[in-house]
Ligand binder design. Structure first.
Ligand SMILES: Nc1ncnc2c1ncn2[C@@H]1O[C@H](COP(=O)(O)OP(=O)(O)OP(=O)(O)O)[C@@H](O)[C@H]1O
Ligand SMILES: [Mg+2]
Length: 266
């Protein structure tokens, strides 16, 4: 436990009916760190992110963000967070320009400073031509770019990004990874939720592998390699081994091949 931690999660629990979405999860996020929440579909990543944001309430355990409680200090915490949700932008009848004006005025940002940042981000993500188009008419990837830009304008201490690269082309994904790294280099922190192993491996300083609401392992890539008793292995092997999916994946592939008549290729 450290007063300097940006986020501290201690024995967090959250259930939806019979489903224990978060089941005794603990981790912390430090200043200047890109922290990955990595896990298969349904592991509990989005639930964890929503608990940190105060959008869901814990059943048990404790979460602090900037040493405050999301349940009681939601507004104070949100001022210093930039959030990119899993769902695409919801403000479909707005243009990105209107959306940015709206978020900037809520956050009381200086228009001249916003305008410089906007220009830089729109250019680097090649999205200038969509600035005044209705969100409803944008492609999925371009909606995602606008959501990412909106989360960056107030230079939050903590960026929380739930599957931020979904739908982005390779070049834009590269630029977003660079933006995250720059944010961390400047002392900001990032929580990156992803099921994509390569993304976590490439971008994150530390990774918490989640499975069925539990932390299977937390550490740097080197530490995870050692934990998996497979030093030198790539993260995919480590991930499948730690989430005990390696054997079930082989079985699924075998069954799929049988289904498509390719069983001889095994
Ligand atoms: N509002 C809800 N009501 C009921 N069950 C829910 C709700 N939200 C999440 N769950 C369940 O909680 C578990 C964790 O879901 P969550 O969305 O956190 O997973 P995830 O790791 O983000 O998955 P994905 O990679 O598919 O985004 C799942 O079993 C899910 O069905
Ligand atoms: Mg999710």
């Amino acid at each position: 436990m450290s007063k300097n931690n940006i986020v501290e999660v201690t024995n967090a629990e959250k259930a939806f009916g019979d489903v224990r979405a978060i089941d005794g999860l603990s981790f912390d996020v430090k200043p200047g760190e890109i922290f990955g929440l990595l896990g298969p579909n349904g592991a509990g990543k989005t639930t964890m992110v929503k608990l940190i944001l105060g959008l869901l309430e814990l059943d048990a355990g404790e979460i602090t963000v900037f040493n405050l409680l999301p349940s009681t200090d939601e507004m104070a915490i949100k001022q210093d967070i930039g959030y990119v949700s899993e769902e695409p932008l919801i403000y479909k009848s707005m243009t990105p320009k209107e959306l940015f004006n709206f978020t900037s005025s809520i956050r009381k940002l200086k228009p001249e400073e916003v305008s410089i940042k906007l220009q830089r981000y729109l250019e680097s993500l090649e999205a200038e031509q969509y600035y005044e188009k209705l969100v409803a008419t944008l492609s999925r990837g371009n909606k995602q770019k606008m959501q990412i830009i909106a989360a960056l304008l107030h230079e939050p201490k903590l960026l929380i990004m739930d599957e931020p690269l979904t739908g982005l082309d390779a070049k834009s994904a590269r630029v977003v990874k660079e933006i995250l790294e720059l944010h961390a280099e400047n002392g900001g922190s990032v929580i990156l939720s992803t099921h994509i192993l390569e993304v976590a491996e490439e971008v994150c300083d530390r990774i918490c592998i989640i499975n069925k609401g539990k932390a299977v392992a937390t550490g740097t890539m080197d530490e995870l390699s050692k934990l998996a008793d497979k030093a030198g292995a790539d993260l995919e092997e480590i991930f499948l081994k730690l989430t005990q999916q390696d054997e079930s994946v082989n079985l699924i592939i075998k069954n799929l091949r049988k289904l498509t008549g390719n069983s001889n290729n095994m």
